[in-house]
Design a binder for this molecule. Structure first.
Ligand code: THU
Length: 128
């Protein structure tokens, strides 16, 4: 699928973010190896710690649909930014090399490409 399709899905999902406290809107779109797209947005709560990030809403939506093979994620936010530490670990569960495309929602021509291996070296692994 074209890169633009995933970026457009992240930008659209961002418009549905529920962020009345921070006012910082984030959208995410995950492409699975089966070619499907699952979107997410941040959902805040008046009990602030219950807030969930866009990346994790997208990931949980994919997993709930039986899709665990993540090929790529696109993230839309205002300005420059990268996934938070919790989201990095959460996504690494499904693909520790996940390519990440980050688009500036204020200027969608500004796109940064990175990946989870770069952003999360030394991830936690459950080894018995
Ligand atoms: N947020 C995300 O959705 N993803 C991240 O990777 C970092 C932060 C959200 C959480 C909160 O609703 C707002 O951005 C400000 O922290």
């Amino acid at each position: 699928m074209p890169q633009d399709t995933l970026v457009a899905a992240a930008l659209e999902a961002r418009q549905r973010a529920y962020a009345p406290y921070s006012k910082f809107l984030v959208g995410a779109a995950i492409e699975t190896t089966s070619g499907k797209i699952f979107v997410g947005c941040n959902v805040e709560n008046c009990s602030y710690g219950l807030t969930i990030c866009a990346e994790r809403t997208a990931a949980t939506s994919a997993v709930a649909a039986g899709q665990r093979d993540f090929k790529r994620i696109a993230l839309a936010l205002s300005g420059a930014g990268t996934p938070c530490g919790a989201c990095r670990q959460f996504l690494a569960e499904f693909n520790p090399q996940l390519p990440i495309t980050i688009v500036d929602a204020d200027d969608p021509t500004r796109i940064v490409e990175t990946d989870l291996e770069t952003l999360l070296p030394g991830r936690f692994e459950f080894k018995k």
